[in-house]
Design a protein around this ligand. Sequence first.
Ligand SMILES: [Zn+2]
Length: 252
Amino acid sequence: MTNETTYYSACDWCGATIAYGNAMTSVSRQIEQIDRSEAHPDGVVTVIESESVLELCAGCGNRLPVEKLKATLRKSGAAGGMPKGILEALKSFLTENEISFGQRKGGDGFTFTILGENGQWPCLAVRMGDERFGFYSFSPVKTPEAKRAAMAEYLTRANTGLWTGSFEMDFDDGEVHFRTSGAAPGGKLPFELIEPIFYANVSIMDRYLPGILALIYSDTSPEQLIEEIEGEPAATAEGEEEILELREDGDE
Ligand SMILES: [Zn+2]
């Protein structure tokens, strides 16, 4: 037979020819009706309409990650799902990224730990009111009283020019954190809104954390520390990926 008579289709992943007589895997969307009759008490399926979504050669088909595919479809809402509520969505995001987490006291968020390139720190994913969500990265060390004025200057200098979030300090106990937040209109949080708010949070904390620690443990001025950090190029998207790969299990 010539190529034209044996060719059926091409693999949607690797492009290999699928010929008549080859095994293949197809993922399709079918509209079905299930009826029951005396002859078929367990039901008989009538396919009303069938449309192929993906056609794969045998090799690719064998590697089809069925569970992952299901999860991706459900997550995307492509299976008819609506965006989840804020806490459900945050929980799915952490689970999907294999970050282990604990429930925050009061039940309005989740605690976990991040290991960045410059240190390890506690984080919080949280629902803020009815239509907002956010992430907090906490400095692992509180600022001693004598350093709080200098820390306030350091954080103010760091905040200048930051688009997506803000460093803050509790002047009474010296606790420092970086906060990012985003809108969740109607209390629904589409999955794709979470990632940029999360990455901005952990990458910016990772960038400014060495300065926070140096300010506490040395006599370097806030101005000098900011110059050292901002003189260097910001973490790339690639750097942010690495942070996620390096993350550690939460300890709660
Ligand atoms: Zn293939």
